[in-house]
Design a protein around this ligand. Structure first.
Ligand code: ATP
Length: 300
């Protein structure tokens, strides 16, 4: 298990990470979210042992992370750092050897991964001849070549098209099913929703939302109802517990205080609306929860 326990990081007087704690167990995919400058990369560098926390502790299976465990870790940095004159094969042999792998093992694992990422034909091509997206695939492959027990991915999806995002997600899921602990950062909430169960959202170095996604959504009681029907929005706004009614070209989005309001809205729609084509209750998105929470934080 990775245990991050109350870490704080100052750069001079500037507090970049403020009392951050979380745990990642084998098989878990953990999301570290936050807008630019929230402290995600600083946190990763501390986990990797590249930066010393100002206070707090980080342990992997009860031990401080140092050179003795680096063979078990994979790290995809935010800055893409491939040696672009090397071929894909040479690059992976270089990284794999650093991780203590034999050449035979590196080659067999590389062939398997290149096939999965649909770029087998580039194995002997210099990296600089590959497109940006394919270079990113190669960088991702180098970070997982050693089948790491702890995999840290800093903005792994940035710059990828939706098809490649799915390829990356599938591989990350496969690794979690094989028991790896995975942490990834993103400033795009939608990359997290269908994908990781546990997360922390940081703002100015501080965790503002944390825990299991399911619990976060449960605790946030508001819901959204999408209605497509002929109805006067004023009839909906008057219902007690309706927070807002947003009229869109083809539907209305009705935000409600909690589950108890659903029935009241349904009754008004049944009585007053004509041509009802849609009445759907949805949980709010993580982005919506974040925006509201961040608003509260700024108000403090
Ligand atoms: P992004 O999404 O933009 O990569 P991030 O969440 O990864 O951002 P960090 O790179 O960890 O954020 O930076 C957190 C804060 O610490 C920022 O305000 C940044 O300017 C500051 N910071 C980062 N590195 C240093 C440094 N070496 N010296 C001083 N301040 C730094």
């Amino acid at each position: 298990m990775l245990k991050v326990d109350g870490i704080t990081k100052y750069y001079g007087d500037f507090l970049a990470v403020d009392h951050l704690s979380f745990e990642v167990k084998p098989g878990e995919i953990f999301g570290l979210l936050g807008v630019n400058g929230a402290g995600k990369t600083t946190t990763f560098r501390m986990i990797m042992g590249l930066l010393e926390p100002s206070s707090g502790n980080i342990t992997l299976n009860g031990k401080k992370i140092d050179y003795s465990v680096t063979d078990e870790i994979g790290f995809l940095t935010e800055e893409r750092s491939l040696l672009t004159k090397l071929t894909v094969l040479e690059q992976c042999i270089y990284y794999g050897t650093l991780k203590g792998m034999t050449k035979e093992k590196i080659i067999s694992r590389l062939k398997e991964l290149l096939a999965r990422f649909e770029i087998s034909e580039y194995i002997d091509k210099p990296i600089k001849q590959l497109s940006k997206g394919n270079q990113q695939k190669v960088q991702f492959i180098t970070s997982i070549i050693n089948e790491p027990k702890l995999l840290i991915l800093d903005e792994p999806f940035s710059g990828l098209d939706p098809f490649n995002v799915e390829l990356f997600k599938a591989e990350i899921k496969r690794m979690s099913e094989a028991g790896s602990m995975i942490i990834f950062s993103s400033h795009r909430m939608e990359h997290v929703e269908l994908f990781c169960k546990k997360l922390v959202i940081m703002l100015h170095g501080r965790p503002v939302i944390e825990g299991y996604l399911h619990d976060i959504k449960e605790q946030y009681r508001k819901k959204n109802i999408f209605i497509r029907a002929d109805i006067n929005p004023e009839d909906l706004k008057q219902i007690e517990g309706v927070v807002s009614v947003d009229v869109r070209p083809d539907e209305m989005e009705v935000k409600i205080r909690d589950n108890e309001v659903i029935q009241k809205v349904f009754e008004v729609v049944s009585k007053k609306a004509k041509n009802v084509l849609k009445f759907v209750v949805e949980e709010p998105s993580l982005n919506e929860i974040f925006v509201e929470k961040v608003g509260e934080e700024y108000d403090k």
